[in-house]
Design a protein around this ligand. Structure first.
Ligand code: BDR
Ligand code: CA
Length: 313
């Protein structure tokens, strides 16, 4: 079993990422931390707890981390995700409470208790909590086997500014700390996630599972599709965040290149841009496996097969 720590900001695609991870028999989820991103922290932590109960995984601890980015003011994405962050599914107040510890301390304490190179971090929101944990206690770094993140863009350009992808734009200083941390990184940005589009037949295959979990995913991704289909003209929304878990479960579905990625933190025009040195022209050492292509049919088969593991009621 691969040990993972998830940090996220649900977000419909974060929610589907959680359902995919929580259905896996190959992943041991040590905990989930919430970060401010798509919606404010009070909603992202609540949304994680809603998904945890939907998945029947109340054994997994959930902790709330940082309310705002390291340097820049908060930025949210209700225009994409709706006011709750997970519009499209039935929303109720979760019964299981939030863990008492701050998310950053939970990350540090959890990593400290594990063997070297034994835990994979899976951030699918702004990188604030991960960077703060590294800054607060750099002795956790050897514990990290790999960081598998959703963030950045090269070929596709930005989705929240012409230059930047949302997760990096919200907290570029945190992204700089993470890309600079010296541990192995797999970055799945828009170049890859724009290839996994939730088309109508793929959505119908999920709906046909007929379970509470599949109904929630169908509702959320239907909502997500309405916004993103208009924005991109792809015939459905790109399903960004579940690519991280899919990469862990079936890496052969993805292709990547070992390159240097640096984050722009100075320019107002290109703030949060990920400078991906795809052709090795900078002289900077590679720090990242940049994922550039995905087998989309294989990805949706993996996702649907995992969602089929949830009970009928
Ligand atoms: C990323 O931004 C968020 O809106 C999504 O949840 C995803 O993590 C895509 O740019
Ligand atoms: Ca996200």
């Amino acid at each position: 079993m691969k040990k993972i720590l998830i940090d996220c900001d649900p977000g419909q695609d974060d929610a589907v990422m959680l359902l995919l991870a929580m259905a896996s028999r190959d992943l041991e989820i040590l905990g989930v931390t919430a970060v401010a991103g798509n919606v404010p922290l009070d909603l992202t932590q609540r949304n994680i707890r809603i998904i945890r109960e939907l998945a029947g995984r109340t054994d997994i601890p959930v902790h709330a981390g940082c309310r705002r980015p390291m340097v820049r003011p908060p930025m949210t994405a209700e225009s994409v995700h709706g006011p709750t962050g997970i519009d499209g599914m039935d929303i109720h107040d979760p019964a299981m409470p939030l863990g008492a510890a701050h998310g950053v301390d939970f990350i540090i304490d959890t990593l400290r208790a594990q063997a070297d190179a034994s835990v994979t971090l899976v951030p699918t929101g702004p990188l604030t909590n991960i960077a703060m944990a590294i800054v607060k206690d750099p002795s956790i770094l050897p514990k990290i086997e790999r960081i598998v993140m959703m963030g950045g863009a090269m070929r596709e350009g930005g989705n929240f500014s012409p230059s930047a992808e949302f997760n990096i734009l919200v907290d570029p200083h945190a992204a700089h700390v993470v890309f600079d941390c010296g541990r192995p990184i797999t970055a799945i940005g828009l170049d890859a996630s724009h290839q996994v589009v939730t088309t109508r037949p793929r959505l119908e295959a999920i709906e046909a599972l007929g379970t509470p979990a599949s109904a929630a995913v169908h509702g959320m991704l239907g909502f997500f599709n309405r916004h993103d289909s208009l924005k991109y003209g792809f015939g459905g929304a790109p399903l960004h965040d579940p690519c991280t878990i899919a990469w862990l479960l079936a890496p052969d579905l993805f292709a990547s290149k070992h390159v240097n990625v640096a984050v722009e933190t100075g320019s107002p025009l290109t703030m949060g841009h990920t400078a991906v040195d795809f052709w090795h022209v900078s002289g900077r050492d590679p720090n990242c496996d940049w994922v550039h292509s995905v087998d989309a049919d294989g990805f949706y088969t993996l996702l649907t097969d995992h969602l089929a593991r949830y009970p009928l009621r």
